[in-house]
Design a protein around this ligand. Structure first.
Ligand code: FES
Length: 139
């Protein structure tokens, strides 16, 4: 027997599935690479125009991002976007990861509703900020 809470949750999820791809829903419900990183080599912190802040940490070896993680106080879409940005950054050289743009994250997520596309921009900007901070540190 399902409770009233389960019924409401199911309705909310059904509505969300109409607007968001399976990938976005999965990354929102089970974010990859979530949480601060100990002994990171670079940290990017950016506050978007919406007022939400995102942090991305990177670990670098031989010019390649070997680990990346994030936190954000933003919306569910920002969680999915940051999660995707860290997944995409891992294994890439700093130059390749620095070229990850908003559109790349949107494509990988299978698109976002128009009102949420800025959350993917926040993720790409925060990743770039982490790379920049690392570059300034080792210069
Ligand atoms: Fe601010 Fe999504 S609304 S990051």
């Amino acid at each position: 027997m399902t409770s009233r809470f389960d019924d409401i949750q199911e309705l909310v999820m059904r509505d969300a599935r109409k607007e968001y791809s399976e990938t976005t829903m999965d990354l929102f419900m089970n974010p990859r690479n979530h949480g601060p990183m100990d002994q990171a080599d670079g940290l990017g912190t950016v506050t978007g125009p919406c007022g939400d802040t995102m942090n991305i940490w990177i670990k670098v070896e031989d010019g390649r991002i070997v680990n990346a993680s994030f936190t954000t106080d933003g919306c569910g879409t920002s969680i999915a976007s940051a999660s995707m940005a860290t997944v995409m950054a891992k294994g890439k050289t700093l130059v390749q990861a620095g070229r990850i743009e908003q559109q790349d994250i949107l494509d990988a997520l299978g698109g976002l509703p128009k009102e949420s596309v800025h959350c993917a921009l926040l993720a790409s900007n925060t990743l770039k900020a982490a790379i920049k901070e690392y570059a300034a540190r080792v210069r």
